[in-house]
Design a protein around this ligand. Structure first.
Ligand code: SOE
Length: 390
């Protein structure tokens, strides 16, 4: 089997997710496009890099990402670092002829996002593949929703409502990681999770044309976290610790108008007690409706207008062997998939694209479009008016 050598940059939570995806690809998918070989793992924290090397089975560890860029033996680079470093690392990797799978959001500012989209476009001419890791558009139920939209089964889209709600930052003692600092993250809930549902909304309903928003920071300062590891609210720091200001949003809610004429609303917050990874999409068309909730990710609800009056209503389709990769992941109905399988589907699509030389979604150009929607949301929160997506 063909082998491709992987360099992982950033060995925290998302680094682990990429390793799970790559290592499970040849196990879940037969035939597998390649066998990924774990060559070098990089983290700015030496102990984290060394631990990841041992645990994930990399040959080497380093604290300097240029060791990966300069290694002619490495074919693929996974970028799992804070948002402010995505551009520098991804562009260096693309210029060195490496295929890049970069975490979302594409960057912490529009200039870098554009530079990344341009670099990806240039690299593509030389057969170099890139992908931004908006994995939720690959949930089989979301792919099925797209199929219903494309087939016209629910008619013309009138509106789409999406939400991404989590709870891990609702506790004021959740530490001030990079995710609460503009210079690293660019934006708060908007950039971190709002971007996922912007990507899905545009995947299903086309480009967003304009937005009007409400953006809030509920918890204005948080206890300072020692060390760089992102604890995602799993560890609390008690009230006596030094505190520093939060300069990003805790909540971004906005109305959107799509270029197609459809309307919608998007909401994102990590301050919603009781909501864990609550990604919902509700889409109404002239001939039917679709409803999805990631907390029940193996289900899609659909309602068709031409069902008889006495039995019209939402029915639940359980995704399985008949749906996106369901015949190769677990081919018995009801086995179900979770986040690990989803990251594996993403890795498979990426690795297959590398082998076939075909550009997969979400492209850096599409991810830059998501970023432009975020810029319009932030602009609208200051102007308190509708703002066009530039
Ligand atoms: C934290 O909010 C986070 O890890 C996001 O950064 C991811 O993109 C999301 O998929 C899960 O939650």
């Amino acid at each position: 089997m063909k082998e491709l050598k992987v360099g992982l940059i950033g060995a925290g939570f998302m680094g682990k997710a990429h390793v799970v995806g790559y290592s499970n690809t040849p196990k879940l998918f037969a035939p597998a496009p390649v066998r990924p070989i774990f060559k070098t793992v990089c983290d700015i924290d030496e102990a984290v890099a060394e631990e990841a090397k041992e645990r994930f089975g990399f040959e080497k560890s380093t604290t300097d990402y240029m060791d990966i860029i300069n290694d002619p033996d490495i074919d693929i680079v996974s970028v799992c670092t804070p948002n402010d470093t995505h551009a520098e690392i991804s562009i260096a990797a693309l210029n060195a002829g490496k295929h890049v799978l970069c975490e979302k959001p594409i960057s912490n500012n529009p200039e870098d996002a554009k530079a990344m989209a341009d670099a990806a476009e240039e690299a593509k001419k030389k057969g170099i593949i890139s992908m931004c890791a908006y994995q939720y558009r690959r949930v089989p139920a979301v792919v099925l929703a797209k199929k219903f939209v494309e087939e016209g089964s629910i008619g013309e889209i009138l509106n789409i409502r999406t939400q991404y709600l989590q709870s891990w930052s609702a506790d004021p003692n959740s530490p001030l990681s990079w995710r609460f600092q503009k210079k690293y993250a660019g934006a708060g809930a908007l950039g971190d999770i709002g971007t996922h549902v912007i990507d899905i909304a545009q995947y299903l309903a086309g480009d967003i044309d304009e937005v009007v928003s409400n953006v809030r920071t509920y918890i204005k300062e948080r206890p300072v976290q020692e060390g760089g590891a992102d604890l995602l609210g799993t560890v609390k720091i008690d009230g006596d610790a030094e505190k520093a200001p939060v300069d990003v949003d805790d909540e971004a809610s906005f109305l959107v108008n799509f270029k197609s004429g459809a309307v919608g609303s998007i909401e994102a917050t990590r301050n919603a007690w009781g909501r864990n990874n609550y990604i919902t999409i509700e889409l109404h068309g002239t001939k039917g409706s679709i409803l999805f909730n990631y907390e029940r990710l193996n289900e899609l609800q659909v309602c068709f207008s031409d069902d008889p009056d006495d039995r019209r209503g939402f029915k639940t389709i359980y995704t399985g062997p008949a749906h996106y990769y369901g015949d190769v992941t677990w081919n018995i109905p009801g086995m179900n998939i979770g986040y690990g399988e989803l990251k594996t589907i993403e890795s498979y699509d990426f690795l297959k694209a590398v082998v076939e030389g075909v550009q997969p979604s979400t492209t850096f150009a599409e991810a830059y479009k998501v970023d432009r929607v975020c810029q319009a949301v932030l602009k609208s929160s200051s102007s308190r008016a509708w703002e066009k997506v530039q």
